[in-house]
Design a protein around this ligand. Structure first.
Ligand code: ATP
Length: 319
């Protein structure tokens, strides 16, 4: 293999730039030519491909977002779109592709591999919702952004004796909510993996109130529902007045934490090593601090269960 390419796809996440940098630099270090594909699969089908040099990825390791930009593409989901993408790569003599993205991007990479073009998947999403890895690139940064927000909201909740509902991202996964709720000392954490009863939640809040606590923080994963709806239910059923904070896209931006940068660098370098060994169709992750690679097709569309012990702990500590 002499030429490889890298792209970012789906939702962006902090650390994607560090991963691109690792692929480019490790590739050049290993004697390869490395190409950047702009605008994800959409740009790939259109041939938006440029050779990258060592300097092309200078000064990006600390930046959020992705220098290659990202996009979503319906056309790429078709066989025709995938063949178009492969022909653009082949026209430049490129023989392997590193895809940094979430679950949908993995499915795309699996399809290209199926059609004979070797791809490697790197987990780039804040949601931590990809199987075969304990952590995705961007999760740690998003977690710290949310914890910082919870700390700030706690100040005002305490000053005004208020109950706050903080809605966080995660799509169908509760990882951001669980980890940030635990780290932020939330009284209640609502995640899609654990169906909740409003009555039970009120009992928990009331037990705090009965020992003199006047403010509470509820962390709500977006996969459960909206903060607006929950506030309406709490008012309607229990007369509990709440304030809402929907954190939104600030969770996706910002400079990556040291941990995300190291993770991105390790995973990016491993992707190049696999391609050099002639291996495609692998998804790279980190399990128990070891870098692993698993079958991309088996990983795509799946999610590992949440660490149950963390959920139990969050319940035990928020009595
Ligand atoms: P995130 O979870 O961070 O939003 P993602 O990678 O899951 O990222 P998606 O929009 O689901 O984001 O997927 C990105 C792109 O991957 C899609 O726009 C599409 O082009 C491609 N893709 C998604 N699913 C498939 C599929 N089943 N087959 C082929 N390509 C797909």
């Amino acid at each position: 293999m002499k030429k490889i390419a890298v792209l970012t796809s789906g939702g962006d996440s902090p650390g994607m730039n560090a991963a691109i940098r690792a692929v480019v630099r490790k590739g050049i270090f290993s004697g390869l030519e490395v190409y950047g594909v702009y605008q994800g699969y959409q740009g790939l089908m259109q041939g938006q491909i440029k050779k990258l040099e060592v300097g092309s990825v200078g000064d990006i390791i600390h930046r959020g977002g992705t220098m290659l930009y990202t996009a979503r593409s319906e056309e790429f989901k078709t066989d025709e779109g995938q063949y178009k993408a492969i022909s653009q790569l082949k026209a430049l003599g490129i023989e392997g592709l590193v895809v940094i993205g979430g679950d949908g991007s993995y499915q795309g990479a699996a399809k290209l591999t199926e059609k004979g073009f070797p791809c490697i998947g790197l987990p780039g999403t804040i949601d931590n919702d990809i199987a075969g890895t304990d952590y995705t690139i961007g999760f740690d940064t998003a977690l710290n952004t949310v914890v910082d927000a919870i700390d700030k909201i706690r100040d005002t909740a305490t000053s005004h004796d208020r109950t706050f509902i903080i809605e966080v991202m995660g799509r169908r996964a509760g990882d951001i909510a669980l980890w940030s709720g635990l780290a932020g000392g939330a009284e209640t954490i609502l995640i899609p993996e654990h169906p909740h009863e409003l009555e039970e939640m009120m009992e928990r809040l009331n037990s705090g109130i009965s020992r003199g606590k006047k403010h509470s923080i509820i962390v709500l994963a977006e996969g459960v529902g909206s903060a607006d709806d929950l506030a309406g239910e709490l008012m309607g059923k229990f007369g509990l007045e709440t304030r809402i904070s929907v954190l939104g896209h600030i969770q996706r931006g910002g400079k990556p934490t040291g941990r995300d940068r190291v993770l991105a660098s390790r995973l990016g370098a491993k992707a190049v090593e696999l391609l050099l060994e002639g291996k495609g169709g692998r998804a790279i992750g980190i399990i128990k601090e070891q870098i692993v690679d698993l079958d991309l097709q088996e990983i795509a569309g799946k999610k590992d269960p949440l660490p149950e012990n963390l959920y139990i702990l969050s319940q035990e500590l928020s009595i």
